[in-house]
Design a protein around this ligand. Structure first.
Ligand SMILES: [Zn+2]
Length: 454
């Protein structure tokens, strides 16, 4: 195919290995064709130009731990839900994500995998689903966090093989390595090219060493739902936190919403672990994008308060409500990291840890054309996925922070929607949605963000 080229010009470019003060990124047929100073990149005469003056052009963010947002969860297992979550996160600068499936009955996980198999690499509405992260059910109930402890169990080969039948789309699985047969599962994951990750675990330091020897290479959300130093009689026993900080064999991700890990703790992690073995993720859940208050789905209630999701009794965080741009702002504005380093933690590092870096995570000729424009306060101005502009703040409708609810449809496929303000929590008007984005027959709150309605 030969589509019209797209040239992003006039902005500061962070590849992120180098800075180009006034750089050009040329995109053709979904791939990066050239990156360099203005005089180094020849722009075809008929190319479409995007002026990035005053903006920083960086690779699109790679979120390797995200459950959903804008009212949907990847466990909802519908194509529409996937589109909504991917569009929501694209607005926060994410261009690639690992759709993360939380702990639940294996039949539910397998069902969701079936739906995701149709979507991986094919989403059109926003961020590209680069693969799946199965987060559970082989976890330690003592470190359940906000995941349901009742569904947690020891690994069982007959059962895990049903999930690993989807090895073509599964990129990563999180497992508590101290459980019986968890090392065998780790070796099985490695054999199938899946990243084995340590998570929701009460393991000791020695358990982690055994896990590393079995092929585990990553630690799931450091400091969240993992054991730390404890004392047994007079002796100090190291946990997963210390093992993760100490062992170069393990990479780790930090939930960087500024709530799960206070900025000083992030500084400590960076000091101990170094920037090359760390990345940031959102761990965003269904209520990402929602206002403060209690929200209930399928009998499960989540509280949004202090810009984070909590269990209703406030005993645990229930995931974040962040998008990746907020995580990058946390790293720069609260942790004090230079922007170029923060961008690495959000792009090439997570891509490398999930072995996606041959095609993603940096602005290099030949890679996928996944890039974003950040303004001076590090808010996303534009998101380009596979060479397509999927989000442009300047042409998004003026109606901000709206949910909409279908109140009636007709055979002409023009649907009337009631707009619901996330800020005032009141119905603020009635209008029409773009018909192609309206699910036929829907009669409920659609849980979509404003750009689906105008
Ligand atoms: Zn998670």
């Amino acid at each position: 195919m030969n589509s019209r080229a797209l040239a992003v010009v006039g902005g500061r470019v962070l590849t992120p290995f180098r800075e180009i003060r006034e750089g050009t990124v040329l995109v053709q047929d979904g791939r990066i064709e050239g990156v360099g100073a203005a005089h180094e990149v020849d722009i075809p005469a008929d190319a479409e130009r995007v002026r990035a003056n005053g903006c920083t052009v960086v690779p699109g963010f790679v979120d390797i731990h995200v459950h959903g947002g804008a009212g949907v969860d990847f466990m909802d297992a519908s194509a529409k839900a996937l589109d909504i979550a991917c569009a929501f996160h694209a607005k926060g600068g994410t261009t690639s994500l690992l759709a993360t499936l939380r702990t639940g009955p294996v039949a539910d996980i397998v069902h969701a995998l079936g739906v995701l198999r149709e979507a991986v690499g094919r989403t059109r509405a926003g961020a590209d689903i680069a693969g799946v992260h199965i987060e559970g059910p082989y976890f330690a109930p003592a470190e359940a966090g906000a995941q349901p402890p009742d569904a947690m169990k020891a690994p069982d080969p007959a059962e895990w093989s049903r999930m690993l039948d989807f090895a073509d789309i599964v990129r990563r699985m999180s497992v508590a390595p101290e459980l019986p047969r968890a090392l065998e599962l780790g070796r099985e994951l490695v054999a199938r090219g899946i990243v084995a990750s340590i998570g929701h675990t009460a393991a000791t330091f020695e358990d982690v060493i055994a896990a590393v020897e079995a092929g585990y290479t990553h630690a799931t959300h450091i400091y969240s739902s993992m054991s730390g130093l404890r004392r047994v009689r007079a002796f100090r026993i190291l946990g997963v936190i210390e093992a993760t900080l100490l062992l170069d064999e393990l990479s780790a991700e930090m939930i960087a919403d500024g709530r799960h890990l206070p900025p000083s703790l992030i500084r400590l992690i960076i000091k101990a672990k170094g920037l090359d073995r760390l990345c940031i993720c959102t761990d965003a859940v269904r209520v990402a994008g929602f206002p403060p208050g209690e929200h209930t789905w399928a009998g499960r209630t989540v509280l949004v308060e202090d810009e984070v999701a909590k269990l209703p009794d406030r005993s645990f965080f229930a995931g974040s409500i962040a998008t990746m741009d907020r995580c990058v702002r946390t790293m720069v504005q609260e942790v004090g990291l230079p922007l170029q380093e923060a961008i690495k933690l959000a792009t090439i590092n997570p891509a490398r840890f999930m072995r996606l870096d041959s095609d993603r995570g940096s602005l290099v000729s030949g890679k996928r054309a996944d890039l974003i424009l950040l303004d001076q306060v590090l808010a996303v101005r534009m998101t380009i996925v596979g060479g397509r502009v999927v989000y442009d703040r300047n042409i998004a409708p003026a109606t901000k922070n709206l949910l909409c609810r279908e109140v009636g449809g007709s055979r002409s496929r023009r649907y009337r929607h009631r707009f619901f303000s996330l800020e005032s929590r009141r119905v603020s008007g009635v209008g029409e949605c773009q018909p192609e984005l309206t699910p036929a027959g829907a009669r409920r709150w659609m849980d979509v963000e404003e750009h689906f309605c105008q």
